[in-house]
Design a protein around this ligand. Structure first.
Ligand code: FES
Length: 68
């Protein structure tokens, strides 16, 4: 069974439980979930008018089609 999940954030969410911030991924591309690893930079290069489909390990776009 496969599942598609739509992520529209292009950066992490800051959590500050103590003095030091923790950055939790929100883009769906992090290899170190639940923490941000900088992979969101790829999302910032996406064409906003397109739906981008990534491969199973979330490392590269395999398809970009019109997002209606
Ligand atoms: S928010 Fe996804 S890796 Fe940073």
């Amino acid at each position: 069974m496969a599942r598609l999940i739509r992520h529209t954030d292009t950066g992490p969410v800051e959590l500050k439980p103590c003095e030091k911030s923790q950055w939790v991924y929100a883009c769906g591309l992090s290899q170190g979930m639940p923490l941000c690893d900088g992979s969101h930079k790829k999302a910032r290069q996406e064409d906003a008018s397109k739906l981008h489909v990534y491969n199973a390990d979330r490392t590269e776009v395999v398809e970009a089609c019109d997002d209606k």
